[in-house]
Design a protein around this ligand. Structure first.
Ligand SMILES: Cc1cc2nc3c(=O)[nH]c(=O)nc-3n(C[C@H](O)[C@H](O)[C@H](O)COP(=O)(O)O)c2cc1C
Length: 335
């Protein structure tokens, strides 16, 4: 993948910090004095780097490769009320500046997640965010109810923006009335903080972010993938089993940074930005545009340690910029 070459953008001087054990996680600053801590409402993260849903499994699969304690948070694979088999293969194809996927939200179902994955995830000192998906409002609520009875989940991320399923998902994220219905039902069902992950392909991101805020979202996540089609002209077939999929990676970054900026002019709740983040300056771009934190997705397919590397790289980037607090970047775009 082309992005592989760009991994070299990560500052090679980035020092791996040893702030990993639960006792030391409360140390306010990194060893160099750069404060990477951010807050998403009532949730306090040790840094703004969160692994994005669907690109980091259930987190624990990465534990042998990645020090999960160093991540600000992990959003687990989208969870549905019942297990889902997902879309027919092939499910992923590479593009010149990213990839298109049509996984179709394959997952083990929320109850298996609670029984098998969550107990292992609790061992790590990082915020675990449960990505929630349903074909109907009742299914979203069912997933949340199962999770509400458990420990070890910091927040919910409602996926109302998946382009790769036939029912639910994207429908909720593209229609303000449907969005209001699912967000308000989920709000009633949960006590924990609730983030709403919006679709990038809507008329006005400000309108949709405002609906989410009005109905009780604690943050908006901008954004999911862009509906896309990748054709093999020789065979006259799509390169994906389900014909269309969702585009992610470097190519979507400038478009999504603008969405974050536009939403930030409308809502007061925190914004989490994602799309095409590969380097520390990509993180900074999103924060300057108005994001309080970011998620990292496709970069994990190039380097499973991408999020962990970004934590160290971000600290070095701040040092080079003479920044003491990462928070000072937020919404600092000059006119
Ligand atoms: C293979 C793959 C699977 C994904 N699965 C989910 C998912 O289950 N739930 C979700 O909300 N987003 C899912 N996404 C979207 C990502 O979380 C993210 O919003 C998107 O890829 C843009 O970020 P990126 O350019 O850094 O990858 C998936 C993305 C990819 C590439």
């Amino acid at each position: 993948m082309e992005a592989a070459g760009r991994r070299g953008n990560l500052d090679p001087r980035a020092r791996i910090l040893e702030v990993s054990s639960p006792e030391r996680a409360s140390i306010p600053h990194t060893a160099s004095g750069v404060d990477l801590r951010v807050s998403i409402g009532s949730i306090h993260l040790k840094n703004p780097i969160i692994a994005a849903s669907g690109t980091f499994g259930y987190g624990i699969e990465f534990a042998e490769l990645v020090d999960l304690n160093r991540l600000g948070g992990i959003v687990v694979k989208g969870l549905s009320a019942q297990p889902m088999a997902g879309s027919p293969a092939p499910r992923m194809c590479e593009t010149p500046s990213g990839m298109i996927n049509a996984i179709g939200l394959q997952n083990i179902g929320v109850r298996a997640f609670v029984a098998e994955k969550l107990p292992q995830l609790r061992r790590f000192d990082t915020a675990v965010i449960a990505n929630v998906f349903g074909h109907t409002i009742a299914e979203y609520v069912e997933v949340i109810r199962v999770l509400e009875d458990t420990d070890g989940v910091a927040a919910y991320e409602l996926n109302v923006s998946c382009p790769n399923v036939e029912r639910g998902g994207m429908e909720y994220g593209t229609n303000p009335e449907l969005l209001a219905g699912v967000v308000s039902a989920a709000r009633t069902a949960c006590k924990r903080p609730m983030w709403v992950k919006l679709s990038p392909t809507i008329g006005s991101i400000g309108v949709m972010a405002n609906v989410a805020e009005t109905e009780g979202a604690d943050a908006v996540v901008i954004a999911n993938t862009y509906p896309a089609l990748c054709i093999d002209a020789h065979t006259r077939r799509s390169r994906l089993g389900s014909t269309t999929g969702g585009l992610s990676g470097a190519g979507i970054k400038p478009i999504t940074v603008r969405l974050v900026y536009e939403a930030g002019r409308v809502v007061k709740i925190p914004i989490i930005g994602l799309g095409g983040i590969e380097s520390p300056s990509d993180v900074a771009d999103y924060m300057v545009a108005g994001a309080s934190a970011v998620e990292v997705g496709t970069a994990h397919f190039v380097d499973p340690r991408a999020s962990e590397r970004l934590v160290g790289g971000l600290e070095a980037w701040c040092r080079d910029e003479n920044l003491l607090e990462i928070n000072s970047l937020r919404g600092s775009l000059k006119a």
